[in-house]
Write a protein that binds this ligand. Structure first.
Ligand code: TRP
Length: 312
């Protein structure tokens, strides 16, 4: 059983990434094989500056290691060290323009007035290549990425329909018991909205950010809405006081204090580990990860190339 996921090299991770993606990955490592990929080729589509990209890849790996990813258990590698982009080219004919136009991410981009380059437009095909090149069984994703895994399944099924049983059809696993953690303003937590709590935020920063969590006008005595942003944070970061808070009798100010303490308590250990990871270690981990991922990719790539007529 192989589980695979990827994260964009943003150089930072926020609590939402951690709860939704990285922590489940840590928990899963050891049960079967886990592959974790730093998606640096995807970053090109966003026009990331060369030095920023290089730095972000290193920072992102440092963060994964600090989060408890054990490179012995998890194959941690960089997308561009493997033939993912080459494979994506071969998969292009198995994806329709119409389906790409219906992608939520693409429609959001247009709705936000952004101009899409061809890389962003075809991004689901590269992501499908990321997944299918490793005979992936399962892809743990947040709800925002579920459609992309569906696209990967579609591509695999089309390939298999035309060429025989060539590619493994992956499943996505949504993290059922992790409520989507909204950002401070109640919208989705996203680096681009600037509404996230970063894993490297110190205690004072966490405190001032949590103070900004959106609230409604309920009085301290009133029962609280479990779907309110503060409630979602309380449930995760102050579970002991959560029921009492919901029932009423606690104000938002007091709740936010508990939330800030809970978050900082979780982050302290992680930040200590983060400070200890060196750049040399990161390079070594990536090199070893690529060496372990390579034979898997090569086998699938050759299987596909034979099936499609590129190899005899
Ligand atoms: N698209 C994912 C994101 O934006 C990152 C990603 C790239 C990914 N390739 C992947 C996730 C393959 C899962 C599997 O977060």
């Amino acid at each position: 059983m192989r589980t695979l996921t990827g994260l964009r090299p943003t150089g930072q991770l926020h609590l939402g990434n951690w709860l939704g993606a990285v922590r489940p990955m840590v928990a899963m490592a050891g049960e079967g094989e886990t592959f974790l990929m730093v998606a640096d080729v995807h970053a090109l589509n966003e026009g990331m500056a060369p030095d920023v990209l290089r730095q972000n890849v290193i920072e992102t790996v440092r963060l994964y290691l600090a989060c408890g990813i054990d490179p012995q258990k998890t194959v941690l590698y960089r997308q561009s060290d493997l033939p993912n982009a080459e494979f994506a080219t071969y998969l292009m004919p198995f994806m329709g323009v119409g389906q790409l136009e219906r992608s939520h991410a693409f429609k959001d981009m247009l709705a936000n007035g952004k101009e899409a380059n061809a890389g962003l437009f075809t991004y689901p095909v590269l992501m499908a290549a990321d997944i299918l090149l490793y005979d992936t069984d399962e892809v743990p994703v947040g709800p925002d990425q579920a459609q992309h895994v569906e696209y990967a399944r579609d591509i695999a099924e089309r390939v298999n329909h035309r060429l025989g049983n060539v590619l493994k059809v992956p499943n996505s696993i949504l993290q059922p018991d992790v409520p989507q953690l909204p950002g401070l303003d109640g919208r989705k937590m996203s680096k681009s909205y600037g509404n996230g709590i970063m894993l490297t935020d110190d205690e004072a920063t966490v405190k001032s950010k949590v103070a900004k969590l959106v609230t409604d006008s309920r009085s301290p005595e009133e029962a609280k809405d479990p779907q309110a942003t503060v409630s979602l944070y309380m449930r995760l970061f102050a579970p002991e006081q959560y029921e009492g808070y919901l029932a009423g009798g606690m104000g938002y100010g007091a709740a936010k204090q508990l939330v800030a303490q809970g978050i900082s308590a979780e982050l302290t250990e992680l930040q200590q580990r983060y400070a200890q990871v060196t750049e040399a270690q990161v390079h070594q981990v990536l090199q070893e990860g690529a060496a372990r991922a390579w034979p898997v990719a090569e086998a699938v790539l050759n299987r596909f190339k034979r099936a499609v007529g590129l190899l005899t």
